[in-house]
Design a protein. Structure first.
Length: 187
């Protein structure tokens, strides 16, 4: 369904995406409610997608009552792509294939990809020529520029508190109510 050879960049992918250190390391992520607002989905969708491994959090998964999932930037990007594909009528089976393919890629590779779909099949285009070829063949109906979605998320996440997997609040993150209470209790 999605064509192209996956490339892997390994550790430090978020650091490569955020050279200004707005996301300092691989431990920084966003809790479920923030992930929902950033991706434009409901908590019920987020929970279902995590339980079925469509888009599971890569920083921290939930283990029992009271634990919080923690989603990385790449997870947020996958959530936004899944939402857009679902909104256009692509089947969950084809979305799974597209998400699995995107997961195998590094952040740098994702920025240059456009996903096109005819509502049934998802096609990956890595150049403007590929987009034109697909459209001329009458196959593409809508597209998702992954780089555009990345920029959109980058602008949106500034309004949400980031958290480190070790429980600390990330630097330059607007504190939420729970964080303020924790800080007050510790001091």
């Amino acid at each position: 369904m999605v064509e192209g050879a996956p490339a892997h960049t390994g550790a430090g992918e978020q650091g490569a995406l955020f050279p200004d250190a707005s996301v300092p390391d691989e431990l920084v992520g966003y809790r479920g409610p923030a992930a929902c607002q950033i991706a434009g989905i409901t908590y019920r969708q987020l929970d279902y997608w995590a339980r079925t491994d469509l888009v599971a959090p890569t920083i921290r998964s939930a283990h029992g009552s009271g634990s919080q999932r923690l989603y990385s930037f790449k997870d947020l990007l996958a959530l936004k792509v899944v939402k857009r594909l679902l909104d256009t009528g692509v089947s969950l089976q084809n979305i799974r294939l597209a998400v699995d393919h995107l997961r195998a890629r590094g952040i740098r590779d994702l920025a240059g990809i456009t996903l096109l779909s005819d509502g049934t099949t998802v096609y990956e285009c890595a150049s403007p020529e590929e987009v034109v070829d697909l459209l001329q063949g009458g196959q593409g109906v809508f597209g998702i520029a992954i780089g555009g979605a990345m920029r959109e998320i980058t602008g949106t996440i500034r309004d949400f508190p980031a958290e480190r997997a070790d429980g600390l609040i990330a630097e330059d993150s607007p504190p939420d109510e729970l964080s303020r209470r924790r800080a007050k209790r510790i001091s």
